[in-house]
Design a binder for this molecule. Sequence first.
Ligand SMILES: CC(C)(COP(=O)(O)OP(=O)(O)OC[C@H]1O[C@@H](n2cnc3c(N)ncnc32)[C@H](O)[C@@H]1OP(=O)(O)O)[C@@H](O)C(=O)NCCC(=O)NCCS
Length: 185
Amino acid sequence: VEQTGPREIGGERVSLRQFESADGEELSEVVTDNIDHLRPWMEWASAEPLTRDERIALIERWAESDDLNYGVYVRGSLIGVCGFMHRIGDGGVEIGYWLAEARTGRGHITEAAGLLTTLAFSDPTIDRVEIHHDKANTASAGVPRRLGYRLISEEADKIKTPAEIGIECIWRTKRADWRPEQSGS
Ligand SMILES: CC(C)(COP(=O)(O)OP(=O)(O)OC[C@H]1O[C@@H](n2cnc3c(N)ncnc32)[C@H](O)[C@@H]1OP(=O)(O)O)[C@@H](O)C(=O)NCCC(=O)NCCS
């Protein structure tokens, strides 16, 4: 399925833009500079660094999938990635994210995840949005908490990355509970 969703979304402090092949180099640079920050938590980080061609192929696969991957930008610089995946069954999408380490602590990914939550609900077939993280990843937990998601379960899960302890926390917001102004602060 071709991806849909706006090419760009402007927030108060961040803007989101879908990746194009031309963004490959900037993305590789941010990933490489932050690999020690990402490896503990992001499963894909074990395959880094990708070659230039692998990065472009990845961005092209993203463009063909119905999952969406947005670069998160502040004043034109890529600071992280926020996207959604249709892997939690009908009517649901799961949001994932990461930031460059030096860009943490300012609420930027909370704002980005809020913008994507609002975008997810613009699809009338979506009635729930979830954020999943390992219980040891307390920084990740802060994002759904600040957005007013509810923690709905903690379940044993495979350990997929070096820092996980194998307890998956699932946070959810339902269409009826979501206020678009929850997108950040
Ligand atoms: C998960 C991750 C993106 C969270 O980053 P973060 O900087 O904590 O999240 P935000 O950008 O939303 O910033 C929130 C922080 O900014 C602070 N903040 C400052 N101004 C703010 C504002 N206007 N609005 C909201 N928060 C603000 C918050 O208090 C919070 O700080 P605290 O955790 O000390 O309370 C980051 O830790 C990361 O990249 N980790 C590695 C990859 C990863 O684990 N990804 C998730 C896998 S499930």
